[in-house]
Design a protein. Structure first.
Length: 306
């Protein structure tokens, strides 16, 4: 089959996705033989300011064989092209035949936000009231949708480099969103902060972050890119999706020298604690297993409707 982002948006249910992602992230952190997922291979396209990432995964228990190919670019402001473009291939693992070719943008946006929501559920302060989104692109939109579906906030704020884009974001959101003129004003007093930008230099500084807040850091997926400053990285308890991935790809982890406390899956499994009372950072990079379970959900739902 070939499925488009529009169809996938209808088929990929957030609650089901969260439950599948929790299970697979827990399994990943056990490092059993049933799950094969190398760290993403990234081909730099220096001439064009972009990267091609290859993200294969095999989940033996459920017999899911999948790969995503994702191209990501730091585009000029105002460019009409998306910065992240992806295609997901699902295979029949028995024969190696391709069973589905899927657009990967909705899968990427929704599964990333769902993973952040799992980390927020475990790490954000009890009675969290203020959600702050830094960035107003695809990930900011999907984080808004998933977080407001999974949790209840009294206030949602957005900051973006372009005030017009932030205002557009607020108009399109399904509820009230306050547009903030600076990162500092946006994050002041926030309980949950999502950084979802294409920045390569820190834009979120520890001195602005309320003690006990939770930061879901989604951007900065190259070893020399940052969204968070050294103070925040060193003072917070740092969680990651994959230790190997963070050591290879996260500028925020590598350049700050911060210690990684635990993987999300270790918290899910109960082998490492969720230090909810401290300031916490979940550094997300994205993993092939997350795309694999998302693609399988879409495929099964599609088949059941035929
Ligand atoms: N952790 C994960 O699993 C995933 C992470 N990503 C990363 O998330 C980030 C956002 O992706 P999308 O929302 O798809 O991109 P997008 O292009 O739709 O939105 C990017 C946002 O970042 C802002 N921005 C760009 N350069 C900036 C700068 N220098 N300083 C401050 N803001 C800046 C833009 O104005 C825009 O609001 C990217 O870094 C991407 O690589 C994307 C997919 C999965
Ligand atoms: O997981 C993913 O698809 C990506 N992470 C960073 C750029 C794309």
């Amino acid at each position: 089959i070939k499925t488009t982002d529009t169809e996938i948006a209808q088929l990929l249910d957030v609650a089901e996705l969260i439950s599948r992602l929790e299970a697979v992230m827990g399994e990943f952190s056990q490092r059993g033989a049933g799950l094969v997922q190398p760290v993403r291979s990234v081909v730099p396209l220096q001439k064009h300011g972009g990267f091609l990432g290859l993200m294969p995964a095999y989940l033996a228990h459920e017999d899911i064989l999948c790969t995503k190919m994702v191209a990501f670019y730091q585009r000029e402001q105002g460019s009409s092209l998306p910065t992240t473009q992806a295609t997901v291939l699902l295979f029949d693992p028995v024969s190696g035949v391709v069973s589905a070719v899927m657009d990967g943008e909705v899968i990427t946006a929704r599964r990333t936000a769902a993973v952040s929501a799992i980390s927020a559920k475990l790490l954000m302060p009890r009675h969290a009231e203020i959600l702050c989104l830094l960035g107003s692109g695809h990930q900011a939109v999907s984080h808004y949708e998933v977080f407001t579906q999974a949790f209840t906030f009294k206030e949602v704020r957005v900051w973006s480099r372009s005030k017009e884009r932030a205002e557009e974001f607020a108009r399109a959101a399904g509820g009230p969103v306050t547009v903030c003129p600076s990162v500092k004003e946006a994050v002041e007093g926030a309980d949950v902060i999502v950084t979802a930008t294409n920045a390569s230099e820190p834009l979120l500084f520890g001195k602005w972050v309320k003690s006990g807040a939770h930061v879901a850091a989604v951007g900065a997926c190259r070893p020399d890119w940052r969204e968070l400053d050294d103070d925040l990285m060193r003072d917070a308890v740092v969680y990651v999706d994959s230790r190997e991935g963070a050591a290879a790809e996260s500028g925020d982890v590598i350049l700050s020298g911060a210690e990684v406390f635990a993987e999300l899956g270790e918290m899910i499994n109960g082998s490492m604690p969720a230090q909810r009372d401290k300031t916490t950072v979940f550094k997300s990079l994205g993993m092939g297993i997350q795309d694999a379970v998302s693609a399988k959900l879409v495929y099964d739902k599609w088949k059941s409707q035929q």
